[in-house]
Design a protein around this ligand. Structure first.
Ligand code: PEP
Ligand code: MG
Length: 573
């Protein structure tokens, strides 16, 4: 029977493929006493051997798709599997306690995990704890005869169905086979959704029940434009899907014509359309989609892709590659924004009740200056290879900005005294994503060279609605007059000081928001690369004076988000 799933449209595009359930199986078991330890040891040996074959295949695939460094984690797992000390203790326990292999495995590995985890000042050992946990899960799955999902081994076209995907799960998806993904939870601005747009695969998030409604192997049509999906569609529905997919492809081809054009409104006003990127590899997609700048390089993805803190040299190479790839166009690199939903396994942060309100981004950098200074030095060295701008994330106060800027100036002076080539016109700006900062934008504009409005966070903090929680997604209202007033204050304050304002939150590419933002005087719009061409096409149809009138009305007269939407429709008819 055909079923319909409704969620949040997270990434454009339409696809049909078999479902791949990326769901953790039930690994529960009970401890039992056994009569034949030899047989039990054999069960363990078999499960270890199968795990080994599986891990070798995953490692080879990871090396091929992601590079040798990414494959190293699986090498670590293989080393644990071959550890005679660990296996010996498990076997001893089976023999001495006469318990089943599952119970012996769990008891011994738990002991090692607790021991390593207790070494809180040793990131290396903490990582080993997490490796042992993964390996235990794998052996246990074979003892229990259940299958763990292995997304790295996917070798046919699939639509992934998952409760949630972490940014690192998303980074591992192979675009050749993964045609889309549907999750139970998440919002349009959760980081896995943002990455799906960079990867240009359709995604529907926050469906509520995909993992319970879909079974492995079901045929799924995913529609990332409307945010819905059909499970086991009829022939007629499949034909309809093909028509829709063809129309979408034709529309994309038409937009492609604008790739090398400037972004100009109907009345001749020019604005800049930039791309948001996560790694230098994304520069190619930015250029293919006609980006005039990189308005946001989420540098934390360099940290998340590594297995230890990336050093100055590795970072320098990455920033230089992005700057050279953009060929003289501006690249705004945001300094590390770890915390919230972006974790680093090798930099364990204390458990927090409210990670999005916690120890995050510049708050970490001002304390862990070793990490911050390394990044700034790498950026400064790279600045000689293109047009670099730097911005600090999550600035709430004037003092935070001044402190971060002072550290930047210190590192710059040091490098210059060491005779290193450094550009002398690096703009240093800040993200505007905390309401407190937006309210004192006039003060901050005296110090920052530019602002970049991070609406993904600004909206969640203004509305007090978690950006990744689909239950409160109705409050996630980019066009609410409250948000528009903050944006207006930010843009006007920067202009008064002769500075500029960009926007790198997802709102910048939102087709209803664009007319409003143009009217509010936004200078630069930075978005997922795949939204650039359709936005350029929209800009051609808009008259900036008329949009100014629209924005004035929305800010001063509208009471609700619905009223603003209706007004935009009226002004863009
Ligand atoms: C934002 O908050 O709008 C933003 C661009 O940063 P991130 O989505 O990475 O938090
Ligand atoms: Mg943010």
């Amino acid at each position: 029977m055909t079923k319909m799933l409704k969620g949040i449209a997270a990434s454009d595009g339409i696809a049909a493929a078999k479902a791949y359930m990326l769901v953790q199986p039930d690994l529960s078991f009970s401890e039992t006493s056994i009569a034949d330890p030899e047989a039990e040891i054999k069960r363990l040996d078999d499960a270890v051997a199968t795990s080994k074959t599986e891990l070798e295949a995953i490692k080879a695939k990871a090396a091929e798709n992601l590079g040798a460094e990414e494959a190293e984690v699986f090498e670590a797992h293989l080393t644990i599997l071959a550890d005679p000390e660990l296996l010996g203790q498990i076997k001893d326990k089976i023999t001495s306690d006469k318990v089943n292999a599952e119970a012996a495995l769990k008891s011994v590995t738990d002991m090692f995990i607790s021991m390593f985890e207790a070494m809180t000042d040793n990131a290396y050992m903490q990582e080993r704890a997490s490796d042992i946990r993964d390996v235990t899960k794998r052996i246990l799955s074979h003892l229990l005869g259940v299958t763990l999902p292995n997304p790295a081994l996917i070798n046919e076209e699939v639509v992934i169905i998952a409760h949630d995907l972490t940014p690192s799960d998303t980074a591992q998806l192979d675009r050749n086979f993964v045609k889309g993904f549907i999750t139970d939870i998440g919002g349009r601005t959760s980081h896995s959704a943002i990455m799906s747009r960079t990867l240009e695969i359709p995604a529907v998030v926050g469906s509520g029940n995909a993992t319970s409604e879909v079974k492995e192997g079901d045929v799924v049509i995913i529609d990332g434009i409307n945010g819905d999906a059909l499970v086991n569609p009829s022939e007629a529905q499949l034909a309809q899907y093909q028509e829709k997919a063809a129309a979408f492809a034709a529309q994309k081809a038409e937009w492609k014509q604008l790739k090398d054009a400037k972004t100009v409104t109907a009345d001749g006003k020019e604005v800049i359309l930039g791309a948001n990127i996560g790694t230098p590899k994304d520069v190619e997609g930015a250029n293919d989609n006609g980006a005039e700048a990189v308005g946001l390089f989420r540098s934390e993805f360099l940290y998340m892709d590594a297995s230890e803190l990336p050093g100055e040299e590795d970072q320098f190479v990455a920033y230089k590659e992005a700057l050279e790839g953009m060929n003289g166009k501006q690249v705004v690199v945001r300094t590390m924004d770890i915390g919230g939903d972006k974790e680093l396994p090798y930099l364990p942060l204390p458990e927090e009740e409210n990670p999005f309100l916690g120890y995050r981004a510049v708050r970490i950098c001002l304390e862990r200056q070793d990490i911050f200074r390394t990044q700034l030095r790498a950026l400064l060295r790279a600045s000689a290879f293109g047009r670099l701008a730097i911005m600090f994330p999550m600035i709430a106060t004037v003092k935070e900005f001044k402190d971060a800027k002072a550290i930047f100036e210190e590192e710059k002076a040091k490098l210059i005294s060491e005779g290193v080539a450094v550009s002398d016109d690096i703009e240093v700006g800040m993200m505007m994503e905390i309401p407190a900062a937006a309210m004192i934008a006039d003060k901050l504009a005296k110090y920052a060279d530019f602002f970049s409005i991070g609406t993904n966070d600004l909206i969640q903090y203004t509305m007090a609605a978690d950006r990744g929680n689909e239950r409160v997604s109705y409050l996630y209202q980019p066009y609410n007059p409250s948000i528009l007033r903050l944006i207006k204050n930010i843009i006007d304050s920067s202009h008064k000081e002769g500075k500029w304002t960009g926007m790198c939150g997802e709102m910048a590419g939102d087709q209803v928001a664009v007319p409003l933002l143009l009217g509010l005087g936004l200078d630069e719009f930075s978005m997922s690369a795949t939204s650039i061409l359709k936005t350029r096409s929209l800009m051609k149809k808009l008259d900036s004076a008329k949009m100014q009138e629209l924005a004035d009305k929305a800010v001063n007269e509208c009471e609700t988000t619905e009223e603003v939407e209706a007004l935009v429709a009226e002004y863009t008819k």
